[in-house]
Design a protein around this ligand. Structure first.
Ligand code: FES
Ligand code: FES
Length: 184
């Protein structure tokens, strides 16, 4: 069955007709031409399709487009120029995590990178809100200290088949530690 829906993607409304079974990932990529979220496994296993849904990281391959009318959908492309609504930057317009991935050479083929960056944005928000992880030393601690072990655990849903983890973790740590410093 086809239905007409409106999706708000990277700050812009898009009206489109979709089959009710269409995933958000297919709606973004195939219908709206937004190829920033990547299709890896299409089964919630790799994280390549990670986007932000109302500020939280989510897997677009496991979400139905019809269920997210009215939601704020942000892709890695939309993070530029403050597209996530919080991190407006002057100059090159890049989100701090995008800039840090470049500075740390945190990718090889780049296929996983948009998902890694959206996931990292969501992960930093979760940590700032005090969400514990499986490796948290103290699950009741108000302040999460994002050491490399914490970052690796919290980013474990995002796979990199080029195995660029040795640079991905420092790229995220750089931004995380700047955020922690700003909160103190
Ligand atoms: S494509 Fe969505 S998790 Fe792999
Ligand atoms: S950089 Fe190639 S999959 Fe991560």
């Amino acid at each position: 069955m086809d239905v007409e829906i409106t999706l708000r993607v990277d700050g812009r409304d898009h009206r489109l007709t979709v089959d009710t079974r269409t995933t958000l990932l297919d709606a973004l990529r195939e219908r709206l031409g937004n190829t920033s979220p990547k299709k890896g496994c299409d089964h919630g296993q790799c994280g390549a399709c990670t986007i932000l849904l109302d500020g939280r990281r989510a897997l677009a391959c496991l979400a139905l487009a019809v269920a997210h009318q009215g939601a704020g959908i942000v892709t890695a492309a939309g993070l530029m120029n403050g597209g996530d609504g919080e991190r407006g930057e002057s100059g090159d317009g890049l989100h701090p995590l995008q800039r840090s991935f470049i500075a740390h050479d945190a990718f090889q083929c780049g296929y996983c990178t948009p998902g890694q960056i959206c996931s990292a944005v969501g992960m930093l928000r979760e940590a700032a809100a005090g969400w514990p992880s499986a490796v948290a030393k103290d699950v009741n601690a108000a302040d999460v200290v994002l050491d490399d072990e914490e970052i690796a655990e919290r980013m474990s849903g995002n796979l990199c088949r080029c195995a660029a983890y040795a640079n991905i973790v420092p790229a995220i740590a750089d931004v995380a530690h700047r955020d922690e410093g700003a909160r103190r």
